[in-house]
Design a protein around this ligand. Structure first.
Ligand code: ADP
Length: 283
């Protein structure tokens, strides 16, 4: 089976600095793939290359079976894109924003009106269709972006930091929309610097740092690899962490410590693994 997304040794160099540095991975059809990393890791640049907005300096990228360099319009007709910066026209109404996008994709009427109605209903914005986009809340604007990206029925949806800057409740609502789309069979790649987002949504996680993929797998595979148990010890303001294959192993280690002050064990999570890998917290 042809991978939905395939990167082979991809580089993007700005001012002689590789901000994407030899990236190779594949996403299978129907997968929800999360690219996690701190600001500046190269996530947006990767999404921009995958969605034909910028060319790779080196390497090969295929999306929906097409080459991003030589088959740009075929790639574009098979993908939906929700970028970090809100790209809707705030002076136009919700419907006008959809209509404009539908025309860009040459969807003929009356199909276009049916598709607009369906997409707006999907993201629960039907009752705001005649309101100027500038009157929408941040979460609604994001939902409008998603509705617009869905209009031409893409196979693969790219979401760059879809919930950045949104309140927890609004984030949850977007997660449900994203999850439902994936359950209906849509392949998705999302970038984020929120651990809980990937833990909740993604089948597989790629951890990126300084332009490189430093780890790749399901959460369970990553926990298996680095250790499923953690022992934490607090010294003043500082916490030390030590990984163990299981929580049981961490408990046994703790049992034989002469001084157990400020020490506890728990199951490891993605944040522990990220800190272990990069030596940094994300926030
Ligand atoms: P992320 O999305 O993980 O925060 P980006 O892909 O936005 O990371 O950025 C990666 C690095 O590339 C950053 O250091 C950023 O400053 C640099 N960068 C991104 N776009 C450009 C550009 N057009 N020109 C020069 N440098 C860029």
């Amino acid at each position: 089976m042809v991978a939905a997304v395939s990167l082979q040794n991809v580089y993007k160099v700005y001012n002689k600095v590789p901000v994407v540095d030899g990236l190779s991975f594949e996403i299978q059809a129907g997968e929800m793939f999360g690219l996690l990393g701190p600001n500046g890791a190269g996530k947006s640049t990767t999404i921009r290359m995958l969605t034909t907005l910028t060319k790779p300096s080196e390497g090969r990228i295929q999306v929906a079976g097409f080459d991003v360099d030589h088959q740009r319009s075929l790639v574009k007709s098979h993908i939906g894109v929700v970028l970090q910066q809100i790209s809707i026209d705030s002076d136009l109404t919700v419907w006008e924003n959809m209509e404009y996008h539908g025309r860009l994709h040459h969807i003929p009427n009356p199909q276009r009106q049916k598709d607009i109605d369906q997409a707006l209903e999907y993201v629960e914005l039907s009752d705001r269709r005649n309101d100027p986009a500038k009157t929408l809340s941040g979460g609604m604007k994001r939902r409008l972006q998603i509705a617009r990206a869905l209009l031409h029925k893409p196979e693969i949806l790219f979401l760059d930091e879809p919930t950045v800057g949104l309140d927890p409740q609004t984030r949850r609502r977007l997660w449900e929309i994203i999850r439902k789309l994936n359950q209906q069979g849509m392949t998705m790649l999302l970038t984020t610097h929120y651990m809980d987002e990937v833990e909740y949504l993604c089948d597989r996680i790629g951890i990126m740092d300084a332009g490189k993929l430093i780890s790749l797998g399901t959460l369970e595979e990553l926990r298996q690899q680095y250790g499923k148990g953690i022992l934490m010890k607090q010294t003043g303001e500082h916490w030390d962490y030590k990984f163990f294959p299981t929580v049981e192993d961490a408990n046994q280690y703790l049992e034989q410590l002469p001084d157990k002050t400020g020490t506890m064990t728990r199951p490891s999570n993605l944040e522990d693994i990220f800190v272990e890998l990069t030596g940094r917290n994300l926030d």
